[in-house]
Design a protein around this ligand. Structure first.
Ligand SMILES: NC(=O)c1ccc[n+]([C@@H]2O[C@H](COP(=O)([O-])OP(=O)(O)OC[C@H]3O[C@@H](n4cnc5c(N)ncnc54)[C@H](OP(=O)(O)O)[C@@H]3O)[C@@H](O)[C@H]2O)c1
Length: 297
């Protein structure tokens, strides 16, 4: 029997556990605040930001939304980040990527106060994570870890193959899974577009994480019997639906589900976890900045 890993259910449990912690913070006069910053007219980015704001409202986090004109000079964004860094009501800052071309993305990542960097992309936080002393784990990799934990999928001693080496998914997940820790201790192979014989690598894995952004390209022939398959991919493909498209993962779900021991669906797998872990990091940020102790799960 294949286990369908239910990201909506695990994310709901995490949100519930955060609600209690937000109440503790509020009883000490602290309402966690998350600023989302948008400098793009990409409709997908607009949707992501509004979903994040809605998620905040649902758990009692103050959402502050800042929108900067896409024609504005980059300095407007850098100045806004300075203002948000200095605002004591803002505990977390999320700059929605990708940014317009006049902006230096690396400078933006460096400009967010590392204590407010709830995405975990500031070089200081990246370095801490690699060194095994993380402050904020990037939301998607952390969400993947929480899914594995919720379904008792052992990472210790497991051979994990991650397909994709981006700074937001593949690299941080690899660094987390190799840590000497209960939710690490895996042996990790990171694959990418230049990897030779990808199928041979994935077929030998106990855990396969697909994060390449290629619709349904991992098929049953690439997976070993009983493996855990985590599908991070979100791809739009043309479909006969009202919107004219549907969302599919990087994994060919139906065929792989027949072979896998456990598998995440798309949608309803990693996506809701990414959103929940942003709230988690915001609560942690509020706690770190105010000294109100909330022990997070
Ligand atoms: N569920 C969520 O919450 C969530 C969060 C973030 C991202 N995503 C989705 O996850 C996917 C990956 O996102 P990303 O931002 O990490 O993407 P990205 O920056 O485009 O990175 C894609 C990675 O996949 C590798 N790749 C591409 N084609 C490949 C192939 N044929 N074989 C092996 N590797 C290949 C690339 O290799 P090179 O480095 O060699 O180019 C790159 O390392 C996207 O579908 C994205 O929408 C979902």
């Amino acid at each position: 029997m294949t286990t369908r890993i239910d990201g909506n259910a695990v994310a709901a449990d995490i949100r519930e556990s955060l609600t209690a912690r937000i109440e503790t913070l509020q009883s000490e006069g602290v309402t966690p605040g998350l600023a989302t910053v948008l400098m793009s007219d990409d409709p997908a980015s607009e949707t992501y930001v509004s979903m994040k704001q809605r998620d905040c409202a649902e758990v009692g986090i103050d959402g502050i939304h800042v929108e900067i004109d896409t024609d504005a000079p980059a300095d407007e964004l850098y100045d806004e980040l300075e203002r948000l860094n200095a605002d004591p009501d803002v505990h977390g800052i999320l700059v929605q990527m990708p940014l317009v071309e006049q902006v230096d993305t690396r400078r933006v990542l460096r400009s967010v106060d590392p204590l407010k960097d709830v995405d975990g992309f500031h070089p200081e936080n990246v370095g801490r994570l690699v060194a095994g002393n993380d402050r904020y784990r990037p939301c998607t990799p952390h969400g993947v870890q929480k899914l594995l934990e919720a379904y008792d999928i052992e990472t210790e001693g497991a051979d994990a193959v991650i397909v994709g080496r981006s700074n937001i998914v593949g690299k941080p997940l690899a660094n987390l899974l190799i840590q000497k820790a209960d939710d690490g201790n895996a042996t990790v192979t990171v694959c990418h577009s230049r990897t030779d014989d990808l199928a041979e690598k994935t077929r030998n894995a106990d855990i396969v994480v697909a994060a390449a952004g290629m619709a349904e390209f991992i098929d049953a022939g690439m997976i070993s019997e009983g493996a855990t398959v985590i599908d991070v991919g979100i791809n739009r493909v043309d479909a006969d639906t009202e919107k004219g498209y549907e969302l599919v993962g990087d994994v060919e779900y139906d065929s792989v589900a027949e072979k896998a021991g456990a598998i995440t669906p798309v949608p309803g797998g990693v996506g809701p976890m990414t959103r929940a872990m942003l709230l988690y990091n915001t609560v942690k940020a509020a706690s770190l900045q105010t000294g109100v102790d909330v022990t997070l799960p």
